[in-house]
Write a protein that binds this ligand. Sequence first.
Ligand SMILES: [Zn+2]
Ligand SMILES: [Zn+2]
Length: 174
Amino acid sequence: MHLNPYGEDAVNLAADLANRRPATAGKLADRCRAAGLVLEHPVTPRDLDRVHAVLEAWEKVVDAADERERAELVNRMLAESAAYPRLTDHTGGGWHLHYRDDRQPLGSVLFALFSVGTALHLAGRGMHRLRRCAVTECVTIFADTSRTGRQRYCSQRCANRDAVRRHRASRATG
Ligand SMILES: [Zn+2]
Ligand SMILES: [Zn+2]
């Protein structure tokens, strides 16, 4: 996975893992590979623990009360995880930027990737574009990469569910 200028793949992977936490190191490895990440080391239970801790911190970014708090939380993650940027061709698939030291275990790789990816996404597309679904009992997190930046639901299914409910509510009161 290469970080694109908007950090889209990285922020989407963070949301995917936060929404459905991998239970084992093997499952974590599979999900990362499916997202296009090249794994340089065997994935261990320590990586899994690290990723759970990183996702805890990341969910606080999602649930931040306002932009300032959100920025502060992202900056804290960046300070703890990211190194100076460097060009690398470690996979032979083309030169790209890493914001981390070489030869890191997956837990550290994901920490840096989610911090930088989320920062790029928020700075590039808008500070409000990370949230939970507007349906109250759906807690699914998504990064809003829509053209308008007004996505409210995690899926079309939830959008329909809410439309039906609002329709019923308006008939009840009207
Ligand atoms: Zn790379
Ligand atoms: Zn939803």
